[in-house]
Design a protein around this ligand. Structure first.
Ligand code: UDX
Length: 594
């Protein structure tokens, strides 16, 4: 997130081997009586401040505000550009249903004569006045990014706490006594101790209850995940004051979440549970991906294997879709954080066990790229390769840690005529910016004389191509109807329309007008060239599947399709004269058996 300064030297909190999991570090030991009283007397929550206007803070605050119209929710961030975008018609992130939710809570609704609904006052605000908004709040939620440290002690696995530490210092200095501080960011276990230390350093004698309330929202389904969570975890000190603070936060969620799904647990268990949840999911993917390599070598089919094991209720059907490996901002960093935790505690074997999950993920991606190069006779010179999908998964414009970038980097080394990229959800300007920034060897982009070109049209991207790589599992890349296979990772789709129906948003004409964008808004820039509003462009439409016959006609021999997401029916492609190589498939499918 933008609030993280680069080149951090900060490290994860000091870990104490043999930690017993008791919440002593976060218990009410330093408070004076008047502070304690104010905590216990905490009345209803009227004002929440969320620090960090990113992928977690924005959607979380929007849903809390939408479901609690009586609570004023303010999202603060020191990044003026980011706040300006939240206060415009093009928020900085796209999530199905989020736009409507923000419009209702941020802009309010006029009275509806038809339904006799009164005016709905705005209760969601975005501001750069960080300290003032913190000081007004009953609950301060810290939702800044905690990436992996890139240098210094623990580089490559420890959590970079720079942003979290900086924000916490500001929070403990400005929060009003009796306010509750909530760790929403994914943090190392025992971070609550660090927060306590900061209270005693910056506000000696003061006391705040600290809660851990990890997020479990996935990109592309964030609003859905928030509206219908499997569970909400709230970790607190096991003191009466801690439990009372947990109850205050639980009431906020209880506005829309069934009480049985709100679990109040030990503070450190809660911190650790988040890391473990993501690590277990990532481990599942590395497990199935490792089996896909065996399938390719034996003639077994990974989709059949996944379905066969997934129907065992002890294993379960989700997160068994083999592919080019997981991407996104969370899995890798959280597994590595767990590795660092284990190693810091002297548990070397435990660290090695979890590190293998990340190693297997990289192996899987590299295996796929090597297969592409090998099939193309180990040379890409004078050849065009098309990448379909750039986001790390479908239904999102999120490109963080997307396998696509690494694939592009490796293919570029082979000196191809062109690498074409098309993604139905990502802003091409954003993709270009990322390639420019991260490709390392200058002039990778066509605009700068390089081989990489970013397209807004899939057919143009595939024209005269020798090989098409399906890198993201957008349903429109399928050559069969999306069939909701048993191995699907999420109850897809969660398009805006579905969230809309559940929440019964008003029609467009009943919204208040949206605030205008700043002159440098990249989404306005792209709208100028496509004549399709970005918000509409980004909503996934299953009926608009690609016409593969048209693509096949336009491709150049040898025509290859590399299915990195197991969404292509190889037989259908073979009929069109395209040879197919799929993850976890032995390659028999490239022969037309019909
Ligand atoms: C994850 C967690 O799911 C969420 O709870 C947490 O809070 C944040 O991290 P996210 O990274 O946004 O969410 O997406 P997720 O749906 O979990 O997918 C992660 C990666 O795994 C993607 O690259 C996806 O394509 C891949 N994946 C998922 C597979 O390759 N196969 C599957 O079966 C499922």
């Amino acid at each position: 997130m933008s609030t993280t300064p680069e080149r951090s030297q900060s490290s994860s909190p000091v870990l104490h081997a043999g930690a017993d999991g008791e919440t002593s570090g976060a218990s009410a030991t330093s408070e004076n009586d008047s502070d304690l009283d104010s905590t216990l007397r905490a009345g209803p929550i009227r004002n929440i401040c969320c620090v960090g206007a990113g992928y977690v803070g924005g959607p979380t605050a929007a849903v809390i505000a939408f479901k609690n119209p009586h609570i004023k929710v303010t999202v603060v961030d020191k990044d003026q550009n980011r706040i300006r975008r939240w206060n415009s018609r093009h928020p900085p992130i796209y999530e199905p249903g989020l736009g409507e939710m923000v419009r209702v809570s941020r802009d309010g609704l006029p009275a509806s004569k038809q339904d006799k609904k009164p005016v709905q006052q705005p209760n969601l605000f975005f501001s750069t006045d960080v300290s003032r908004c913190i000081s007004d709040a009953d609950i301060v939620i810290i939702a800044v990014n905690t990436p992996t440290k890139s240098r210094g002690a623990g580089a490559g696995s420890a959590t970079d706490m720079t942003a979290f530490e900086a924000v916490t210092a500001e929070v403990v200095q400005h929060a009003r006594l009796g306010a509750i501080i909530v760790e929403k960011s994914t943090v190392p276990c025992r971070t609550a101790e660090l927060v306590e230390d900061m209270v005693s350093t910056h506000r000696p004698g003061a006391h705040f209850e600290i809660l851990s309330n990890p997020e479990f929202l996935a990109a592309g389904t964030a609003v859905q995940d928030l509206l219908r969570p499997d569970r909400v975890i709230i970790g607190s000190a096991s003191t009466p004051e801690g439990r009372s603070a947990a109850e205050s936060l639980a009431k906020v969620y209880a506005a829309w979440v069934d009480r049985s799904k709100i679990l109040t647990i030990n503070l450190f268990s809660s911190e650790l549970a988040k890391l473990v949840a993501n690590s277990m999911l990532a481990q599942r993917l590395s497990s199935i991906n490792s089996i896909s390599a065996i399938c390719e070598a034996t003639g077994a089919e990974i989709r059949e294997v996944a379905t066969s094991i997934g129907t065992d209720t002890r294993i379960g059907e989700k997160f068994l879709r083999a592919g080019i490996g997981f991407g996104g901002s969370c899995f890798k960093k959280d597994v590595l954080s767990l590795v660092y935790l284990a190693e810091s505690l002297g548990l070397k074997e435990v660290g090695e066990f979890w590190r293998q999950v990340v190693i297997m993920n990289e192996y899987q991606r590299n295996r796929f790229t090597c297969r592409v190069i090998k099939c193309l006779n180990n040379t890409l010179v004078n050849k065009k390769v098309t990448i379909l999908g750039y986001a790390f998964k479908k239904n999102t414009s999120d490109t963080r840690d997307s396998p696509a970038l690494e694939i592009v980097k490796t293919l570029l080394e082979e000196n191809p005529r062109e690498i074409a990229i098309f993604d139905p959800c990502c802003n091409p300007l954003v993709i270009k910016g990322e390639i420019r920034a991260l490709c390392g060897f200058g002039n990778a982009l066509g605009d700068d004389g390089g081989a990489v070109k970013v397209y807004t049209n899939a057919y143009e991207a595939c024209a005269a191509s020798n090989a098409v790589l399906v890198v993201t599992e957008f349903d429109e890349f399928r050559n069969t109807k999306p069939s909701a296979p048993a191995t699907q990772s999420k109850p897809f789709p969660a398009p805006a329309t579905e969230v809309k129906q559940q929440q019964s948003f008003p029609d467009e004409e009943h919204f208040n007008p949206e605030p205008v964008c700043a002159s440098d808004c990249p989404d306005c820039e792209i709208e100028k060239t496509t004549s399709v509003p970005v918000a509409v462009m980004k909503i996934y439409k299953p009926q608009e599947q690609l016409d593969w016959t048209r693509i096949a006609h336009g491709m150049r021999q040898p025509k290859w399709l590399f299915d990195g997401r197991c969404i292509i029916d190889a037989k259908e492609m073979t009929r069109l004269g395209i040879r197919v190589e799929s993850i976890g498939s032995s390659g028999f499918s490239s022969v037309d058996t019909s």
